[in-house]
Design a protein around this ligand. Sequence first.
Ligand code: FAD
Length: 396
Amino acid sequence: MRPLEIAIAGCGVAGLASAALLTRQGARVVIFDKLETPKPIGSGIIMQPVGLHVLDAIGAGEAMRALGAPITRLYGQSAPRGNVVLDVRYDARGKHAPSGLGVHRGALFQVLFDAARALGVPVESGRDVVGVSDGRLRFADGAESAKFDLVIDALGARSPLSHAAKAPLPFGALWASLKWVDGFDGAALEQRYEAARKMTGVMPIGRLAGETQDQAAFFWSLKHTDRAAWQAGDLEAWKHEVRALWPKTAPLLDQIHRHEDLVFAAYAHRTLREPLSRECVHVGDSWHCTSPQLGQGANMALLDAYALAAALRSQSDLSIALGEYARLRLWHIRLYQSASFLFTPAYQSEAAIAAWLRDWIMSPISRVPPAPAVLAALVAGELGAPLAAIAGIDRQ
Ligand SMILES: Cc1cc2nc3c(=O)[nH]c(=O)nc-3n(C[C@H](O)[C@H](O)[C@H](O)COP(=O)(O)OP(=O)(O)OC[C@H]3O[C@@H](n4cnc5c(N)ncnc54)[C@H](O)[C@@H]3O)c2cc1C
C-alpha cells in the first residue's frame, strides 16, 4: 500500500512527536514552521510519567532523562503563616511509581528534534501558515504546499487553523532559566503564595544538551494587564517584593539584571469540541490549551501524537482512524481541562475566597486518603488511564 503523505504544521512538541511516531510507522512526513530556526520559547516544564512513556516510544526517553532532574514532590507554602497548602508526592501512588522530570524546554525540543531528524523528517522553516484547504497548506507569502493525504495542525495555542481562544486568562507569569543555587529542594517544584494574588516558584530543570550547568526555572505570577507597568517599573522594587514573599530567592534574583532577563507568558483556556476540522486534525495546544498550573500541556501534546499514530496504525480508512483518535483522547482531555480550569483560580486570582478555599478546604481534604494518591495520579497525568486506552487499540 502507498505510504500516507502527511503535512505537519508546527515544529513544537506535538508536531515533532507526531512526525517521529508517524515516520516510524511508515508515513512520509514534512514539518512546516514559521521560524527560520525552530526553537522553543520559555523556561522549564515538568515531564510527567505519561509524557516520558511517549518519549520512550519515540526513542528519546533516555536522552531526556540524562538531561532532566527528577521531581518527586510539588510543595507550596502560604505566607505569612507558612502553612503548607500544597504537598503532592508522586510516591503516594506506590513506592516505585515513576516520578516527574524537570526539564528545560530547550532540552525537550532538542531530544524531539534529534529524534525526528534521525528518522530523516524534513523540516521546512520560514513557512508562516495562514490556512489549509484540500490537503494543501497556505502560507503568508501566498505560496501553497504540495497536496497531502492528511494535514496535522500542531501550531500551538494561537493556531490560525483552530478557533481562537477567548481572552487570555487574567494571570500569566514571568519566567527565567537561572543557574541552580543551593538551598532549594533539588527534587521538588516549590512554590510560595500570598493569598492567590502573589505566587512564585522554583524548580530544578537539569541542563541543556552540551552544557554542564544545572539550571532552575523561576517564575513570578503576573496579571497580563499589569505587564506594561511591571516593564516600566523599578526592577529592584520588584525584587524586593519577591524577596519579601520568599527570602531564599535572593541568589536567584541576583542573576536577573534587566527586565528582558524574564519572559512573560500569557495563558489561554480553550478546548475544541473535537480535534477534527473539515480540513485538518488538531494535536496539542491547537486542540486544547490552558494555564500550566497542573503542568500537563506538553504531556497532553505527546499523548495526542501517540494516540493519533496508534489510530492511524489500526485503521486503513482515514476518516475512521481520525474518529478513533478523537475517541481515544476526548475523555482524558475533558477531565484535565476541567481540573485545570477549577484549580487555576486557587493559585492565580484576586478573589480572597479562592485562596481561603484552597487553604481551609482543599488543603485539609487533600491529606485524607485516598486524596494523596488521587492527586498524585492527577499530576502524573494518569487519571483516566490514557495510556491503557491507546494500548488497547493495538490489541484489537
Ligand atoms: C510558561 C509555561 C509553562 C508551562 N509549563 C508546562 C509544564 O510544566 N508541563 C507541561 O506539560 N506543559 C507546560 N506548558 C504547556 C506546554 O508548553 C504546551 O502545552 C506545549 O508546548 C504545546 O505544544 P504544541 O506543540 O501544541 O505547541 P507549541 O509547542 O507552542 O508549538 C507550536 C509550533 O508552531 C509554530 N507556529 C505557530 N504558529 C505558526 C504559524 N502560523 N505558521 C507556522 N508555524 C507556526 C511555532 O513556531 C512552534 O514551533 C507550559 C506552558 C507555558 C506557556
